[in-house]
Ligand binder design. Structure first.
Ligand code: PLP
Length: 359
């Protein structure tokens, strides 16, 4: 018998494992998880009932084409059903997009820091990540990103709003950027936090994709719609990109429970978006309070805020944890804090104020 390990692809060497936000500490004391950009509200009654109803059929495979959900999305966004592709969360769809476009020798361009899955899924496919630093205002540097596109570039991510800095790119600069990128390079507008945007100058990617065959929009049910645990996201893209997504999908990846809950969420959109409105109001309250405490906080168009803390990042996160709040630190850079329940936000603000006084 051989003692050797199975041969794994060299591309996997050194790829970090995706780091989820830490859960709230167990125990008697109030503890809030503000580390994963989740929606703090429990499922709406109609959505929950529909998911529970679907659970009664889980001895069967789900509809692989997600037909009911696709039909609902096509109607909701005014796009042809053939332009829609669903997947196991929008991160699953993002990975399929890279699988469909880039392999060894190819390049994937994105801003940095941005969503931490981008380097992981790029390197898994064997492609080379090209990371373009954010501006000093924590915003995508779209001119530098367009400059970074070469004949090896296959895909560019634009995360709008950007995770973790919460900043946005606006219509004029985004259109100028899209005009510069060659039409054979796929531009993925990752709009996971779209529903939280209140800046009217930020374009809806679904409007931009219509006459641009190399633009693909990613959306998710995990954030505003509150279905993070069910794993369902989707892309809007022209053929043949949407067709490539259907080829690269894990068969039956989106469960019937997820499909039915997503349809019910779209039908309960008014109630869901009311909750989003409260989170947007809380976002303003939290940011204003932080600024009053003396912090610099980029204007947020998402359900989180960003504090650039440099070397103090881990100490700050530890102080929040001590106060009963989990936040998401990026060592040496800063802390991302999700807007959660009012009480959790208050605990966080208390911890931030105490930390500030000790500086
Ligand atoms: C920018 C961005 N895109 C995509 C995702 C993936 O979300 P999901 O896979 O739950 O749809 C996230 C999640 O944090 C995100 O922040």
């Amino acid at each position: 018998m051989s003692e050797k390990n199975p041969k794994l692809r060299g591309a996997l060497d050194g790829i970090p494992t995706y780091k989820p936000g830490r859960p709230a500490a167990a125990g008697g004391r109030a503890a809030y998880k503000l580390s994963s950009n989740e929606n703090p509200y429990p499922p709406l009654p109609g959505v929950l009932e529909s998911a529970v109803g679907a659970a009664g059929t889980f001895n069967r495979y789900p509809d692989m084409a997600c037909s009911a959900l696709v039909a609902e999305l096509a109607e909701r966004f005014g796009v042809p059903a053939e332009h829609l592709a669903t997947g196991t969360g929008s991160v699953g769809v993002a990975q399929q997009l890279i699988q469909a476009t880039a392999g060894p020798g190819d390049e994937v361009v994105y801003a940095w820091r941005s969503f931490e899955a981008y380097p992981i899924i790029t390197r898994i496919s064997g492609a080379r990540p090209v990371e373009v630093p954010l501006t000093s205002g924590e915003v995508h540097d779209l001119d530098a990103m367009a400059d970074a596109v070469t004949e090896r570039t296959r895909l560019v991510f634009v995360c709008n709003p950007n995770n973790p800095t919460s900043t946005v790119v606006r219509r004029a600069e985004l259109e100028r950027f899209l005009d510069r990128v060659p039409s054979d390079v796929l531009v993925v507008l990752d709009e996971a936090y779209r529903e939280f945007i209140r800046d009217e100058q930020v374009p809806d990617g679904i409007e931009l994709y219509r006459d641009r065959p190399n633009v693909c929009v990613l959306r998710t049910f995990s954030k505003a719609y509150g279905l993070a645990g069910l794993r369902v996201g989707f892309a809007v893209a022209h053929e043949p990109v949407a067709a490539a997504l259907r080829k690269t999908a894990v068969p039956f990846g989106v469960s019937r429970i997820a499909q039915d809950a997503a349809v019910a969420s779209l039908r309960s959109e008014d109630a869901l978006l009311e909750r989003v409105e409260s989170l947007v109001a809380e976002r303003t309250r939290v940011r204003d309070a932080l600024i009053a405490q003396g912090w610099t906080v980029p204007e947020s168009q998402a359900n989180f805020v960003w504090l650039r803390l440099g070397e103090r990042t881990l100490d700050f996160a530890a102080a929040c944890e001590e106060a009963g709040v989990m936040v998401r630190p990026f060592a040496g850079e800063g802390v991302r804090v999700t807007i959660g329940e009012d009480a959790g936000n208050d605990l966080f603000l208390g911890a931030a104020e105490a930390f500030r006084k000790e500086l």
